[in-house]
Design a protein around this ligand. Structure first.
Ligand SMILES: *Cc1c(COP(=O)(O)O)cnc(C)c1O
Length: 495
């Protein structure tokens, strides 16, 4: 099976090449040429499997160059060995008669990014071997919080890799900053950038396109790659948990074979909900995919009208991982819905680049309407939902997950569609203690890591071990640079 660029189908490569490169040479996203279908009894077959076995089953059909025993070994390293604090890895929790919550945050950094970033390093290093690449890969990450820590934890002390994370100096939560700056491992680096997330991201993009730097690093035995969700190696492991959720509901008798379920996903870069779309295309009976946004509601408008327009106010919200106006992975959906029309996608992306706006053609708009629903929710409403969920169900959720619950409720009110629905829960509430405490009526929050105990004390919910351990860890990284000097950090690390 081959992968092609969304902007030029003649750029074709194998899975291992796609994972190694991260991005296609023309700036497009590498995407499967043909999406594999699940066989008619696959969901039955997977019912009694462990999460790790399901991962091998689902990922295998996309990765012909990898043997089942290779993939089994990756899956047990990524999701086994006590790395996740739930035996099922991704438990499905029933909230009420027709609502389920897929808890994606039981991994080492307490956010759903672990699901992909625990797997990616294994896929990537095996790809280097398959492609006889003898240089060491250096992963550069610009993060608004969750990706940086998850990537550091995934790549730490992985052979033949280095990782350097840049985060905006004043743009991440106190807990997130502490998580990154106390990172262990001999191959890791962390540095803050004066400015906001866009400054960090622009700086990283500039480093990637610096030809002279590329040559200089090659001379030292290094090449640069990305762990952002444009890399196919991040989307693929996410398909698994949607298939797995359906299998769990079948196994536990909540649904019967063939029953449809809806899925609601708190969305930023469109990676997570895209994985749900692919799972549906493979044959999992999904009804509507409900895209939930915060006040940065560019996707809500797009899915309702077919017009994508990023020319609007940017808001810093309580769900910062969804504060984004350019959702990169939407490009893969446009490629799919247009019947792989690369010229059309290339045109839309050029317009987005030049004017910040494009409008899709009628046939694509109709398909969007058929498969997707969308809505958004502001900060005040987000906190209300957290409070209500705690009072009515004794269930503590984070700000991102709260956005999804609110949008699901709006959808049900507007349409009357009461199909059972799974909400993707993307972070532990303990990553966003201040706003969660605020939602529970606390006006004065503790300083530093004491806020973890404050939330735990109030609710009786234990602090996840990786966060509880933060207070004893020494801070290893304190560097801060101006955007112009990010490249010096790269050269310093790869001396
Ligand atoms: C990254 C992230 C999201 C957004 O996911 P996308 O794949 O970018 O749409 C939502 N919630 C949390 C907690 C995240 O870390």
């Amino acid at each position: 099976m081959y992968y092609v660029s969304t902007r030029d189908k003649s750029l074709r490569c194998t899975a291992s090449e796609a994972i190694q490169q991260g991005l296609a040479a023309d700036g497009g996203l590498m995407t499967p040429e043909v999406l594999p279908k699940l066989s008619h009894n696959a969901l039955d077959t997977m019912r009694e499997m462990s999460y790790q076995q399901r991962a091998v089953y689902v990922m295998g059909s996309f990765l012909e160059e990898f043997t089942a025993s290779e993939l089994s070994s990756f899956a047990s390293k990524a999701y086994g060995g006590g790395k996740f604090d739930a035996k099922q890895v991704v438990p499905v929790r029933q909230v009420d008669g027709e609502t389920y919550c897929l808890e994606l945050w039981h991994g080492p950094t307490c956010a759903f990014k672990d699901m992909a970033l625990q797997m990616l390093p294994h896929l990537l290093t095996a790809s280097l071997v398959k492609n006889q690449e003898d240089k060491t890969v250096c992963i550069l990450v610009a993060t608004s919080g969750d990706t940086g820590k998850a990537a550091l934890e995934g790549f730490r002390d992985v052979d033949r890799t280095r990782i350097l994370v840049f985060y905006p100096k004043d743009g991440v939560s106190a807990i997130q900053q502490l998580q990154m700056c106390t990172q262990e491992g001999g191959n890791v680096g962390v540095c803050s950038v004066v400015g906001n997330f866009d400054d960090a991201q622009t700086g990283v993009k500039r480093i990637f396109s610096d030809e002279a730097l590329r040559e200089q690093l090659a001379g030292r035995g290094y090449f640069l790659s990305s762990a952002n969700s444009i890399n196919w190696g991040r989307v693929l492991p996410q398909i698994v948990y949607y298939v797995s959720a359906y299998c769990d509901l079948l196994r536990d008798g909540h649904i019967q074979k063939g029953d449809k379920i809806n899925v609601c996903v708190p969305t930023g870069n469109f990676g997570n909900i895209l994985a749900a779309y692919y799972a549906g295309e493979m044959g999992v009976p999904f009804g509507k995919l409900i895209c939930a946004s915060n006040s940065n509601n560019v996707l809500t408008d797009f899915l309702k009208t077919g017009v994508y327009d990023r020319n609007r106010t940017f808001y810093n919200t309580m769900s910062p991982s969804m504060d984004i106006l350019i959702s990169s992975n939407l490009e893969r959906l446009l490629f799919a819905l247009s019947g792989h029309d690369d010229a059309l996608v290339r045109g839309y992306m050029a317009q987005l680049n030049q004017t910040g706006r494009y409008e899709v053609e009628e046939p694509i708009r109709r398909q969007l309407e058929k498969r997707f629903a969308a809505g958004f929710c502001d900060d005040a409403e987000t906190q209300k939902v957290i409070g209500k969920m705690w009072q009515e169900h004794h269930y503590l959720i984070d700000t991102h997950t709260a956005v999804a619950f609110d949008v699901l409720e709006q959808y049900r009110r507007e349409t009357g569609d009461r199909t059972p629905a799974v909400v993707a829960s993307t972070a532990s509430p303990f990553k966003f203690c201040d706003n969660v405490l605020g939602a529970l009526g606390v006006t004065r929050t503790a300083e530093g890591t004491a806020v973890l105990d404050q939330l735990s004390g109030l609710t009786g919910v234990p602090v996840p071990a990786p966060l509880a351990g933060l207070k004893d860890k020494p801070v290893r990284f304190r560097q801060s640079v101006e955007r112009e000097h990010m490249v010096d950090q790269v050269l310093e690390m790869l001396r």
